[in-house]
Design a binder for this molecule. Structure first.
Ligand SMILES: Cc1cc2nc3c(=O)[nH]c(=O)nc-3n(C[C@H](O)[C@H](O)[C@H](O)COP(=O)(O)OP(=O)(O)OC[C@H]3O[C@@H](n4cnc5c(N)ncnc54)[C@H](O)[C@@H]3O)c2cc1C
Ligand code: FES
Length: 284
C-alpha cells in the first residue's frame, strides 16, 4: 500500500544535465523495491498544476538522522519539473509512493544485462545491487544523447562485471545507440535476462533484440500519467496476456515494468482494433 508523505527536501544536487532530490519521507523506503516510482506534487498549495508528476525511485535509506529518505533524478521538461528544480533544502515536498509494480528478480544467480537510457538508469542502479546480492553476473549498457545526460556511470562501473557506453554525439563511449552495443554484450555475457529503462523507442529496440535471441526482458515504460493510482486510464498501453488477447493495461498499477515481448510496441499510443473492449470491434 503506497503512502502519502508530507515530506521535506533534504538535499538537492546537480548531476550533469539532471537534478537529484532527496526527500525525507519516512515509511516509503521500507516498502520500495527497484522499479517502483513516486508521484510528486508540484507547484505548491496554490498551484493550478493539479496532477502529480511521476519519477522512478533511485535510492532509499530507511534509517538515519533524518528518518527514511527517498531520492529521485529528473530532467527539466515542462512547468512541473521547472518548479521542482527550484526546490531547496528544507522546502516541503508532498510525495506518494512507492507506486507501480517493481522489477521481478530472478530466483537463482543468472547472467543479467541492464540497459539504461538517460535518467532511465536511475532505477537500474538499485536493481544492480539487488542482483549482485543474489550472486548474478551484471553487465551494464548505458546510453544518452551526450555525456552530461548519462546517469550513474561511476556507480555502475563499481558494481558491474562490465560497462559499455554509447552517446549520440560521441562525447563518451561509442558514438551511436545502446542497441549498437547490446548484441555483443548479450553474446559475450551469455545473458539470461535483460532489464531496461529509458525512452520508449529504446525499450522497443532492446525488447526486440532480446526476443530475437530468445532472452526474456523486463522493461520499465514511461507512459504519460495523470492519477498514478489506476483510476483515470491515461497511462494505458496494449499488452498481450498469457491467453493471447491484447488488453489496454494501466502502466501505473500493472506496470511500469512489463515483459518486453508482451508490449505491442507498434500500437503504443493507440487502441488496436483487436484489443479486448476496443470500440472498433475486438473481443468483449
Ligand atoms: C513511471 C514514470 C517514471 C518516470 N521517471 C522519471 C524520472 O526518473 N526522471 C524524469 O526526469 N522523468 C521521469 N518521468 C517523466 C516525468 O514524469 C515527466 O517528465 C514529468 O511528468 C513532466 O512534467 P512537467 O510538468 O515538467 O511537464 P509537462 O509537459 O508540463 O507535463 C504535463 C503533464 O504531462 C505528463 N507528462 C509529460 N511528459 C511526460 C513523460 N515523458 N512521461 C510521463 N508523463 C509525462 C505529466 O505527468 C503532466 O501531467 C517518469 C514518468 C513515468 C510515467
Ligand atoms: S495514470 Fe491514471 S490510471 Fe494510470
Amino acid at each position: 500500500m503506497p503512502l502519502q508523505v508530507a515530506g521535506e527536501v533534504l538535499f538537492v544536487k546537480r548531476v550533469g544535465a539532471y537534478q537529484a532530490v532527496t526527500v525525507v519521507a519516512p515509511g516509503i523506503p521500507e516498502l520500495t523495491r527497484p522499479g517502483h516510482f513516486l508521484a510528486v506534487q508540484v507547484g505548491g498549495p496554490d498551484s493550478s498544476m493539479l496532477l502529480r508528476r511521476a519519477f522512478a525511485i533511485y535510492d532509499v535509506k530507511d534509517r538515519g538522522v533524518y528518518g527514511g529518505t527517498v531520492e529521485f533524478v529528473f530532467a527539466v521538461h515542462g512547468r512541473g519539473t521547472a518548479w521542482l528544480s527550484s526546490r531547496r533544502q528544507g522546502d516541503a515536498l508532498d510525495v506518494v509512493g512507492p507506486l507501480g509494480r517493481p522489477f521481478r528478480l530472478p530466483k537463482t544467480a543468472v547472467n543479467v544485462t541492464l540497459v539504461g537510457g538517460g535518467y532511465g538508469s536511475a532505477p537500474l542502479l538499485p536493481l544492480a545491487v539487488a542482483l549482485r546480492e543474489r550472486g548474478c553476473r551484471v553487465d551494464v549498457v548505458l546510453g544518452a544523447g551526450s555525456s552530461d545526460r548519462l546517469f550513474g556511470f561511476l556507480e555502475a562501473k563499481r558494481m558491474a562485471d562490465s560497462i559499455s557506453v554509447s552517446t549520440d554525439d560521441g562525447s563518451m563511449g561509442v558514438r551511436g545507440r545502446v542497441t549498437d552495443l547490446l548484441p555483443e554484450v548479450l553474446d559475450r555475457s551469455s545473458a539470461d535476462v535483460v532489464y531496461a529503462c529509458g525512452p520508449m523507442p529504446m525499450l522497443r529496440a532492446v525488447a526486440e533484440l532480446a526476443a530475437e535471441r530468445g532472452i526474456p526482458s523486463q522493461v520499465a515504460v514511461e507512459e504519460s500519467m495523470a492519477c498514478g493510482i489506476g483510476v483515470c486510464m491515461t497511462c494505458v498501453l496494449p499488452v498481450v496476456g498469457t491467453d493471447g488477447l491484447t488488453r489496454m493495461v494501466r502502466s501505473c498499477v500493472e506496470g511500469p515494468v512489463f515483459a518486453g515481448d508482451r508490449v505491442r510496441w507498434e500500437d503504443v499510443g493507440s487502441v488496436p482494433a483487436d484489443a479486448v473492449g476496443a470500440p472498433t470491434g475486438g473481443h468483449r
